[in-house]
Design a protein around this ligand. Sequence first.
Ligand code: ADP
Ligand code: MG
Length: 269
Amino acid sequence: MQSIAEIHRPARAPRVELKSPATSERSVIELDQIHKVYSTGDVEVHALRGVSLTINKGEFVAIMGASGSGKSTMMNIIGCLDRPTRGAYILDGQDVSELSKDERADIRNRKIGFVFQGFNLLSRTSALENVELPMLYVGLDAGERHRRAMEALKAVGLEGREPSHPNQLSGGQQQRVAIARSLVNRPSLILADEPTGNLDSRTSVEVMEIFQRLNREQGITLILVTHEPDIAEYAGRVIVFKDGRIQRDDKVLEPRDAARELTLLPLED
Ligand code: ADP
Ligand code: MG
């Protein structure tokens, strides 16, 4: 797994000029016939076999599928952590399939927030400093970094916990710090790979409540990988991968409402 410091690192290349959206104004992601072949020694693994997909602004999409079906490979490509072997990827109207490593780092810093199963927080740093980290490389001054980090921690219900280190926080609180961190650069897209995989049931619903709120109130586009069908039901669309291809792509007619469920769930201590 990539560390957060590798994901959000300084881009040495000059900034990529962002073009105004050329294609559909509503789509954040357009994948056209994406293939990914990993070559390790003399073995080739064909991890994605022609994936075409459009995700519009403000969608909340859950990705499911058996282990090895290509979910993480696709998230790495969408997150500009890796490049497709073949095919085109348009992010926010810009072709990013051919960008260099540094150009992709620049796009990541400014457009994409990441949330992981294992939280990926820096252990010797406060919640506040963890949340400030992605802003180090986008040219915001210290005052603005502080202001935005405070605001993001408040948005996830962690006001007052800014000085706490990860080992002083519960798993659910650590994941909320990670969500706050994913928000501070005002990304057009948040990618979450198994964000509730290490959390108990109630805490999972709390995390889904935050995702649903960000999606509904701020219109943030969310893509979430999960193994749990009941977690996928909080999304508005479920895509199932099989053997490197999209097997199903369904609208969720009545997504679950995490906020409402929380009022019905008994509080545990
Ligand atoms: P999922 O996230 O759905 O479990 P992955 O995208 O991780 O699936 O993997 C898809 C296929 O690609 C698997 O066969 C996996 O072993 C292979 N794979 C993934 N990453 C690499 C890599 N870095 N090098 C070689 N093979 C890989
Ligand atoms: Mg995976």
